[in-house]
Design a binder for this molecule. Structure first.
Ligand SMILES: CCCCCC/C=C\CCCCCCCC(=O)SCCNC(=O)CCNC(=O)[C@H](O)C(C)(C)COP(=O)(O)OP(=O)(O)OC[C@H]1O[C@@H](n2cnc3c(N)ncnc32)[C@H](O)[C@@H]1OP(=O)(O)O
Length: 332
């Protein structure tokens, strides 16, 4: 499908026109990596067709929890659903339940059911299956473009542009240069650096250490897929956004609680609404907030903004959190 609306990088509300090249050899290295095609496109979201409406997906990065990353399963389910509709419709929403933990030692099968094809909307249901049982059930709905005078959106928060901020990786490198970083924490951060997460993040207000105060459960960060995807296939950008949207989302609910850590947390469901065209390989501002948490569950809501201030995607998710007090004796 042709993406007819490219992001206008020259007119943003984040401080004007910014060039990513700064002459620094490290930045040039980063730009070289960005020339490579995103692994999300070449591998993670590149499903193998096994039969009619039946696909197989493999894994790239697996979180420390050793259960499959929810964003990967949602992104792959959306790829499978999108293969069953024509070029004249756009995905406008999806609603998923994570019903079982995904097993990283085997592939995931995606079975697509055609629920309904209407004049304007098409609905698909996808079951992600491992060991003969569903791990995710997902409904995705597609819509033809139908312009209307009814139009409004919230205003994007004012934040520094991504060019003025450090990536999560750079922040960790900086932190590791400090003296007296406890060995356990150093190991944890080095492990984080070794992770091949195909996502780049630039937090607006980086946490200087693990020992943080309780704050309003809200955070903002710039995010994009690692590597190049390019213009063109809007459905693919939505699948990549589905992957990205789950990465640093759920822990927003934990911000209101200091001196506790989650000994177990997992997303229970995930919903997304796609409002307009965007590029998932270009910086988008992810605004995440948690309006409620109690009873071992927390709700998070998110908005992904194109850097020209257009609201591109809305997300919402509930997660289960089993928390325990942190022993701060050996922490900074
Ligand atoms: C700014 C930059 C910051 C960057 C920060 C980001 C950093 C890292 C990112 C990391 C990645 C983020 C990950 C994002 C979230 C995810 O992707 S989570 C993955 C997707 N979701 C799932 O996998 C959930 C799948 N669903 C399930 O597993 C189950 O449905 C469920 C566990 C939610 C339901 O549980 P339940 O109904 O209780 O099932 P059971 O089979 O009975 O129990 C499962 C285990 O839980 C234990 N348990 C049950 N109840 C309790 C209880 N009340 N208290 C304690 N424990 C309980 C139960 O004993 C089982 O345990 P075992 O498996 O037997 O050990």
């Amino acid at each position: 499908m042709a993406d007819t609306r490219a992001t206008d990088e020259t007119s943003d509300n984040t401080g004007g026109n910014h060039s990513s090249g700064d002459g620094n050899p490290e930045s040039r290295e980063v730009e070289k990596i960005r020339d490579l095609k995103s692994v999300l496109v070449t591998s993670v979201l590149n499903l193998e067709e096994l039969d009619v409406n039946l696909y197989r997906g493999t894994h790239h990065w697996v979180p420390r929890s050793r259960r499959l990353f929810g964003g990967q399963i949602v992104g792959q389910a959306l790829v499978a659903a999108a293969k069953s509709v024509g070029d004249d419709v756009y995905v406008h929403s999806l609603h998923c339940y994570f019903v079982r933990a995904g097993d990283p030692t085997v592939a995931v099968l995606y079975q697509v059911d055609h629920i309904r094809d209407g004049r304007s909307f098409m609905v698909r249901s996808v079951r992600a299956i491992q060991h003969g049982q569903p791990i995710l059930i997902c409904q995705a709905s597609f819509h033809k473009l139908q312009p209307s005078p009814l139009q409004h959106q919230f205003t994007m928060p004012m934040v520094p542009p991504p060019e003025d901020l450090l990536t999560e990786e750079q922040l960790i490198h900086l932190y590791l240069t400090k003296p007296n970083v406890p060995e356990k924490l150093r190991q944890f951060l080095n492990q984080r650096l070794a992770n091949e997460v195909p996502i780049e993040i630039k937090p607006i207000q980086p946490q200087p250490s693990l020992r943080r105060p309780a704050t309003e459960p809200r955070k903002l960060f710039w995010v994009r897929a690692q590597g190049h995807i390019g213009e063109g296939n809007m459905k693919l950008h939505c699948c990549v956004a589905a992957y990205i949207s789950d990465y640093a989302f759920l822990d927003t609910a934990m911000l209101s609680l200091a001196d506790y850590k989650a000994k177990f947390f997992a997303s229970l469901d995930h919903s997304m609404w796609f409002h307009t065209t965007f590029r998932s390989d270009e910086w988008m501002l992810y605004e995440c907030e948690s309006p409620w948490a109690a009873n071992s569950r927390g709700l998070v809501q998110g908005r992904m903004w194109r850097r020209d201030g257009v609201l591109a995607v809305s997300c919402s998710q509930e997660g289960v959190f089993r928390v325990q007090p942190v022993n701060h004796r050996n922490k900074l």
